[in-house]
Design a protein around this ligand. Sequence first.
Ligand code: AMP
Ligand code: MG
Length: 396
Amino acid sequence: MSMISVTEAVARLRASSQVLVGSETVDLRAAAGRVLACDVVSAINVPPADNSAMDGYALRRQDWHGPDQALEISQRITAGTPPLPLTRGTAARIFTGAEIPEGADVVVMQEKCKADGHSVLIEAVREIGGNIRPKGQDIMQGATVLKTGHRLRAQDLGLIASLGIARIDVRRRLKVAIISTGAELVEPGDEIRPGQIYNSNRYMLEALIEKWGFEVVDFGITVDDPKIISDVMAKASREADAIITTGGVSVGEEDHVKAVVESLGHIDLWRIAIKPGKPFAFGDVMGTPFLGLPGNPVSALVTALIIARPFLFDCQGISHPDIVPLRQIALFDVKGGPREVYHRVRSGSDGVEIFGQQSSGALYSTCWGDGMAVQAAGKDIAKGDSIDVIPYVLFN
Ligand code: AMP
Ligand code: MG
């Protein structure tokens, strides 16, 4: 079995992906992190009318002839109340956000004015339009402001609210089944016996799935028994939109996942030129997409971020650009090899340091730092080189 590149593995997965979820309408307040199932088109102008950017006085530019001229204050316009048309030759007291009266074409900030109750002396007046926020400055009526597939952030919700929209169509959350395979696994909190280890992948993957806005369908630990694995897989395919397992996809005798998935659907075992993470399985269980991640926790994390994430985003209907690594200075030397390597690193003002223990079982390497340096296959990294680094936050 030859190795395929990371790029090819991602491309193959994405080529077979499709949006697996329908839509539902939710209140704006429940929409953070959800994915738009429609374009958002504005039915209104924002702001709806010309309004003042300052506390000051609104007037017609040509009515002002110099700093000694007292202009009568003909009305007082506060935010939230509609103004009257401006009387020729007068000024209107106006406040930030208040509508510009018809006939006025400039606002002078109050710091440049001297007023008694009835009239105002104005030091200097800006050009026409000065200190006025025109109607539609932010958004024009009819404009498409957000597109289907966009994952809603805080500012997007603010924008949608500014259009007066209270409920919005979003994709139903993708349900992702997580199955930890391995007879050696015990849950934290349970008693551990010799030969056993705690299940870490489950907690790590479930946190990722939730962070990405999907719904976890949790299946806990499944021991290395074909019958049990088969039952759990079948149940997962009924209850979830996609299935992720960890462990059991290497070629050991106790790795039963392959045979089970083959009997319920189909499976391709891939050797991806990625380190950590080489063994990776992809297929379906009774029509439900199946991703078999390696058991080693660092391999599971790296393949989840690099290989599974783009595929799952597609299944959720998220439009997502490829992640663009940052360029940073390496503070370490490392020889290149046949696989693309994801080194666990930490960035500082001088560049990036590498963690000393890069074993695929050493999960602490991922917690010590803030990202991964990507080393292309066959390429050495020398101290001082400019290298690609992906901070973990870019995987949000
Ligand atoms: P496997 O892919 O099943 O051969 O597992 C590879 C290595 O990862 C073995 O040392 C397993 O004990 C370990 N491993 C598998 N699953 C988990 C898990 N859920 N949590 C922690 N370690 C695991
Ligand atoms: Mg195993």
